[in-house]
Design a protein around this ligand. Structure first.
Ligand SMILES: CC(C)(COP(=O)(O)OP(=O)(O)OC[C@H]1O[C@@H](n2cnc3c(N)ncnc32)[C@H](O)[C@@H]1OP(=O)(O)O)[C@@H](O)C(=O)NCCC(=O)NCCS
Length: 152
């Protein structure tokens, strides 16, 4: 497991996008593209962050969420396959959770593929619960989404 002093979470920068896209492509069957990430930089309610390992500063993962009128919405979260199951995903989402609390967020939402056990367990571990199922929400392959929510 990664210790607290072995990881830093920082704002994502345009320079990070090559590495981010590599992780994105290995993580999702329907990945975000360069322009999709780039659009988040000019979106005032978007928070794209990266996790870097210390001391190497290797880019190990990222999260992107929106904060809007007291609600947080997690849009994207992934960890480099080489660094999974070391607590990095947990660290990204709990750092976001701390930020949401300080920002006065009252509820948080996200969508996850029904078959994505790893992500669903991670979200459940920090308190997200399933609210509803959205049939055939995802494409490539077509799959239902679980909409999960958390009251802060
Ligand atoms: C989901 C993902 C971000 C988890 O990141 P991670 O850094 O490997 O997760 P962590 O090591 O922080 O694990 C935290 C918890 O998540 C759950 N979890 C993580 N990987 C798991 C796995 N392979 N199987 C089951 N549960 C898992 C566990 O509850 C774990 O807690 P535990 O260690 O006490 O059992 C990572 O697997 C990933 O990048 N997947 C591909 C992209 C993706 O699916 N993103 C989510 C889109 S909604």
């Amino acid at each position: 497991m990664i210790k607290e002093d072995q990881i830093t979470i920082e704002e994502m920068r345009e320079d990070d996008l090559d590495e981010v896209l590599k992780i994105e492509k290995t993580s999702f069957s329907d990945p975000w593209t360069y322009p999709m990430f780039k659009a988040e930089f000019s979106n005032s309610f978007s928070y794209p962050w990266v996790a870097r390992l210390l001391p190497s500063r290797a880019l190990a993962g990222y999260i992107c969420f929106w904060l809007f009128e007291g609600e947080a919405h997690v849009l994207n979260l992934a960890v480099h396959p080489q660094y999974r199951q070391k607590g990095i995903g947990f660290s990204l989402i709990t750092t976001a959770l701390d930020y949401w609390r300080k920002a006065g967020v009252v509820s948080a939402f996200l969508e996850v593929r029904e078959s994505n056990e790893a992500a669903r367990r991670l979200y459940e571990k920090i308190g997200f619960r399933m609210i509803t199922r959205r049939p055939k929400y995802y494409k490539n392959p077509k799959e239902d989404a679980f909409i999960m929510g958390l009251e802060l």
